[in-house]
Ligand binder design. Structure first.
Ligand code: EPZ
Length: 417
């Protein structure tokens, strides 16, 4: 197993690149199942999750060309299998987004239930309920979702909560359904809009992506397309906070400021200077940061995927800040590890109260992707040496993060156990 060894205390400075968004790429790759034509992505990210999705798509009969981290070309001339087996789905729960497109294109799908993960139970009832409303017959047996539908029908779907994966799955089913679908209480994340952009290039008729009501007029077939996924807003936010936590100044590019407005507004309120220049965002702070209160919420609210990193940042701020996690029920696993580094944090239910304190380096254990990023940030500002273990979690969502941090001046290296 690999770990990061970090010598803290160096202010980061400079400009760093941002890779294409993992959470946009995953559903966009699944969307290639909807057409027998070629879909090309100008760039991708070299991440375990992208490799896992490509494995799954190849298993379903998709021909792929290119490697994660570069351009990718996919063609699903015909689907050779309509089953996403447990061995592939268990590696990455986002695999569930193949259900909608498989069902829409092939009339049948058998997909292993993804199950829960470290941050919460994460059911998929909303995905299934919506597909049933569109005429699919669904059973859940022996850990598998089995769905059949000769041709899906357009339907009015009302999600009980804004679900990113649910909205993506149902959107991909609706584009090939017969008639009109209206998706009420849809998630509004930029990754949904990006997927809708790709589907529209393929010939889908979609209105309202990025709002809570998406209208889709089904078409009988889709064509190929070329697409560039949006830059990863979570990676950009993590790198901006890495700069601030060390008292340095980091610029990220390419980035879409509108995708990060909740974070940028909060950082400004804490005293950071934020510079936006076209597709570049810079953050610095001369006089130190003041604490702030944050509550995670669906987009355009503060992203749950930046909550852990923000908790790390608050340990460097003056005063006490509260962080309320409203999306996942178990997303404070970074807190006990931060406490080992001297952080003063009290958790009460879904609220963490973080008091500013000096951190000291320690061996810590990553529990999930964003918790790993939080611990790396803490290590960058802690006094002495921090070892972050189990960084395979980090590698799922950040392409060789240590190289980019090194280029900004950080003393961080990857070591094998
Ligand atoms: C996506 O997960 C992201 N993953 C997550 O990023 C992100 O944290 C999450 O959205 C919220 O923004 C990908 O895009 C691959 P949801 P997803 O469906 O789609 C409940 C990261 O670190 N819910 O929006 O699985 C669910 O339990 C990852 O990169 C149901 O109850 O999230 C959660 O509490 C982690 N029933 C809430 O809704 C359902 O059928 C939001 O989940 C679906 C969801």
């Amino acid at each position: 197993m690999e770990r990061f060894v970090i010598e803290g205390g160096v202010p980061l400075s400079g400009t760093t690149g941002v890779r294409p968004s993992k959470n946009a790429l995953l559903p966009c790759l699944a969307a290639t199942l909807l057409t027998d034509q070629t879909v090309t992505f100008s760039d991708s990210a070299d991440l375990m999750d992208i490799a896992s999705m490509l494995d799954l798509l190849r298993h379903l009969g998709v021909e792929t060309d290119g490697e994660p981290g570069g351009p990718l070309t996919l063609r699903a001339s015909s689907l050779s299998g309509l089953e996403a087996p447990y061995e592939l789905v268990r590696k990455m729960r986002a695999s569930i987004v193949v259900l909608g497109p498989m069902l829409a294109r092939g009339g049948r799908a058998r997909v292993s239930l993804p199950g829960g993960c470290a941050i919460g139970a994460r059911p998929v009832d909303q995905h299934l309920k919506a597909l049933e409303a569109m005429g699919a017959e669904i059973t859940v047996d022996h850990g598998y979702v089995e769905a059949t539908a000769k041709r899906l029908r357009g339907a009015d779907v009302v999600f009980d909560m804004a679900t990113v994966g649910g909205t993506q799955n149902v959107l991909m089913a609706a584009v090939l359904a017969e008639g009109e679908s209206v998706l009420h209480n849809s998630a509004r994340e930029p990754e949904i809009t990006d997927l809708a952009d790709l589907l529209s290039k393929m010939g889908a008729r979609i209105e309202g992506a990025g709002t809570d009501t998406i209208r889709v007029r089904g078409v009988s077939s889709l064509a190929g397309a070329r697409h560039t996924c949006i830059p990863d807003r979570i990676e950009a936010g993590t790198l901006l906070m890495a700069g601030l936590i060390t008292g340095g100044h980091v610029t990220v590019s390419p980035a879409v400021p509108d995708h990060l407005e909740a974070l940028l507004a909060k950082l400004r309120a804490m005293g950071a200077a934020i510079r936006v220049d076209g597709g570049a965002i810079g953050a610095s702070c001369l006089g130190g940061l003041n604490a702030a209160d944050v509550m995670t919420a669906p987009f355009p609210g503060f992203p749950t995927d930046l909550q852990a990193q923000f908790v790390a940042l608050l340990t460097r701020a003056r005063g006490v800040g509260t962080v309320k996690e409203t999306i996942f029920e178990n997303r404070f696993m970074h807190v006990p590890e931060l406490a080992r580094m001297g952080a003063d944090i009290r958790v009460d239910g879904n609220v963490a109260m973080v008091a500013g304190s000096d951190l000291s380096g320690a061996p810590v254990m990553a529990s999930d992707l964003r918790a790993s990023a939080c611990l790396v940030l803490a290590g960058l500002c802690a006094e002495g040496k921090t070892e972050v273990r189990r960084i395979y979690h980090l590698d799922r969502g950040y392409q060789r993060l240590e190289e980019r941090l090194q280029a900004l001046g950080a003393r961080v290296r990857r070591e094998k156990d």
